[in-house]
Write a protein that binds this ligand. Sequence first.
Ligand code: F6P
Length: 394
Amino acid sequence: MKDTKKDKIKDKMKDKMKDKMIAVLTGGGDCPGLNSAIKSIVTEACKDYRIEGITLGWEGAIRMALDNKAIETYTMPLGREQVRKIDREGGTILMSSRSNPYNHKGKDISQKVVDFLNDRYHAVTAIGGEDTLGAAGKLAKQGLRVVGIPKTIDNDLCGTEYTLGFDSAVNTVKTLVTNLKSTAGSHGMTFFVECMGRKSGHLTYWGGRAGRVHFMTIPEVICETKRLFNLIQKRKCSLVMRRGFTLDGVRYCIVLVSEGTHLKGVGEIIKGKKDPHGNVYLGGIADYLCNEYINATGDHKARSLNLGHLPRGGPPSNKDVLMAEALAQKSLELIKNKKFGRMGTIEGNHVKDTPLSVVIGRIKVLDAQKCFDPDKYQPRVSAEQIFHEIEVDK
Ligand code: F6P
């Protein structure tokens, strides 16, 4: 009898705490701006809620759902003091993973995750790309009280014009190719530079445009290597006039290659096996193209370079700090209004929201017909319209 009374009081206290506790997690590839979003959530929400970070994205939630004893390991309390300085840093203090509650070592343990999270938290804020938020969308359908913040340097999420981290990554790509230009220019070299982005060319396109690269390839347009090599050769062999000198055949060339570009007759260049969300690991296309180019032309001053994870690192740009703030505010508004199963979005100059389900199975790519010239391997720049995007099946 006594025990039942005690249990009831315990349950009541637990419910009260749950009412006041929000979880935050970051999943998928990290990007600049994640820590800014975490800080904005904490500083804004800590008046009304307790905030707890779940570490390692869905991995932390899975571990805790499978074993309650793991709670201490996979959570961290987040208060003003913990987040005071984090907005200046790239990465995520909560760490990240590509884990998937629908494919944990081949098993679907999503309902366990929903039950655990709903039992412990009033709401969960998932900060992620199409995989993390796609999973959040499905978990929401199973009853999880979850809201989303869109982030990825790929900017390929449907339902929003902008994803956190993209602007910082574009700036870094621009800086890196600009640095490369001075050395390539001094030696008349050709560089094939690989850039992340998976099946969408946003990062290559905007980083390449801002860095004024000479040619670019994007996943939205099949690349005919012979035609690309001819263009490079034509450029390299054109006359260059410098401070009174006329030089022949020494022009340099930067070709920015999106990692997911489909090469005619070859396909994509794949590096490794699939992740738990079914994405293949892309990588190696710049190397491949560089070797093919040297074999085809004999230009031994050609080199390849993979920007790799560099554009994903570093501090957030001004735009990403401000976007993080706006999207964090929206996520709290969604929680307060109990509009679960939705994520914040950017549309024009407005912060709006949309169901998380819009990100499932679809991605946003460049509308290449409008913004890319496949004969020149260069952007088509329009005075009327800046952004050209369409949504397609994954
Ligand atoms: O989705 C973000 C992204 O950076 C992609 O552009 C890239 O293909 C992938 O992550 C790389 O993943 P990982 O960091 O696991 O190698």
